[in-house]
Every structure is written in C-alpha cells, then in structure tokens.
Design a protein around this ligand. Sequence first.
Ligand SMILES: Nc1ncnc2c1ncn2[C@@H]1O[C@H](COP(=O)(O)OP(=O)(O)O)[C@@H](O)[C@H]1O
Ligand SMILES: [Mg+2]
Length: 300
Amino acid sequence: MAQLISIVNMKGGVGKSTSTMMLAETLAAQHQKRVLVIDFDPQTNVSLMLAGYERWLEAQENERTIDFYFEWEGSGWRPGTFPDFVLRDVSDVDKARTVDLVAAAPELRYTERDLIAALVTRGFFLDAIEKRIRERLLKVGIQTLRDRYDYILVDCPPGISMAAEASIMASDFVIVPTIPDVVSRMGLAAFTRRALANMQASVVSQQMAQRLLILASKVEEGNSLHEESLETLQQDARDGKWRCLETVIHQTRDIGFAAQRLEAEDGTRAFHRKYGVGAATASALADEILAITRTPERAL
Ligand SMILES: Nc1ncnc2c1ncn2[C@@H]1O[C@H](COP(=O)(O)OP(=O)(O)O)[C@@H](O)[C@H]1O
Ligand SMILES: [Mg+2]
C-alpha cells in the first residue's frame, strides 16, 4: 500500500518540483521502490522534468494528461479510468525504471474551474463540490493505484487548489520545501496550520504536526540570512510546530541542471551523472523519507 506524500507550499520557485523529481528517482534508483508522481500543477514542471517534452506532448495529444480526467468528471462522460493516465517508466536515470507519472497540462488551470462551474450548474453547493472532487479524485482515482506503488508523490501547485487540498487531506505526509529566508517564512505558519487542519479531517489519531515535514531547499552556502532562518525553522520544529528534515538541499548548479531531461533518443544516464554534487543530498533525502515513512510511530 503506497504512502501518499504531497509536496506543497503556497510559494512558487521554492523547489517543490525539483524535490519531487529527486525523491522519486532516488527511491527508485537506490531503493527499488515503485513510485508514482502525480502532477497537479498546470505549470507542468515535474511532468517535463521527468518525461521530457516529446513524451509529454504525446500524452497530451492522446488526451492522457490529468486535465482530461477533470474534463471527464465535468461532463459525466468517462471513456476510461484514472489508471489510464499513468505514463510508465518515464525517468532518464538508468536504474530508475520504476518511476511512473500522471502528467499535468496548462489546461488544468481552466479544467478545474470548469469542473466546478459544471457541478454548480448541476445544482451542487460548494461543500458538495469539494466532497465530490475529493471522492472522484482520491477514492475513485488515486486510491485505485495505491496497491501498485510504494510511494505516490503529488507535486502541488503554489497556493491551494481544490485538487491540492484533496491531496493534502488524503496524505500520510506533507513535505513543504522552504527557502530559509525572511520572506519565505512569512505566512508559512498560517499555511501549514491550514494544511494540518485539512489532514486532521482524515487522519485523526496521529500527531499531525509530525507529519508535516519542512524541507530547507535552495539553501545558499555561506549565506548568513539562510543560516539564521534555517535555525529559526529548526527551533520552531523543536517547539512542535512542524518537523524539520535533517536533509538540507543546497543551491547548486548540478541540481538546477538536473531539471533538464535527456532527449529520449539519448537514452539514460547514471544517477550520479544526473545529480552531480547533489547526488549525496538526494540519497540523504530518500533515506530520511524512507526512515520516517517506514516507522512513523517510532519516529514521532
Ligand atoms: N537546489 C537547487 N539548486 C539549484 N537550482 C534549483 C534548486 N532547486 C530548484 N532549483 C531551480 O529553481 C527553480 C524553481 O524550482 P522548482 O523546483 O521548479 O520550484 P517550485 O516547484 O517550488 O516552483 C527551477 O529553475 C529549478 O531548476
Ligand atoms: Mg513546481
């Protein structure tokens, strides 16, 4: 049964998609885990990072990007099921052959809104719409895939969408990549409270704050502002606000470049070649997530 992990932050550009890709490929390449990445962001970044443009375009032309699932839900005409959207074996890392993807498309921006509009027209109230999206997307959609994977990672758009809230609600863990600076810390507490409230609705018995994992990302070496802000985030963790992952992702050229997938005709590359100096960080992140998700009770 897959652990469901949402990667969220109300801010863009903090490393959500990069962390999602890194974690997915490392869990697959170094731990032989079966990983499904679901892209809920109309910016489509993790889809392109993992599958590359050609494969993504083919999926879109074949109506196999997730916006079509929303379209089906809006129209009530469903020519298939959620698993039909899974693109198999997308990674360009040679040992990461067990990474699958449900890709997003820019149209998702409109299809989610259109779905809401369609349900309003059919007489649904807002709370009923939320419930329906949750049920269709999660119970009928994602849940049907939980047996097939060890990890399902959901890359959420910045801010909050109904799909993202539904995903947070069903998640076992939520990773919040955060650049440790003053601006990024603004609003973080309010955002995480909201995320916690969402999670609480579904998993009541757990110490929820321990399931909220702050991941310091794009940390600049030798930047004293980053060091001080990181210390503040860690102090907040000691105060029980959230959990701070020990792994810190530094800003490096190699991790930035890893976003560029090899062209399909160029085949695959070794994990260390892709992540360069970031490879050790990627391994540490996967190890930490494995440890936390393997023994959540003991790790609390
Ligand atoms: N650790 C890092 N080092 C260097 N560049 C990074 C790192 N993490 C992310 N980036 C770059 O920063 C930008 C934003 O990252 P991304 O993962 O797309 O953020 P988000 O998904 O939160 O919007 C991208 O151009 C990405 O390649
Ligand atoms: Mg992103």
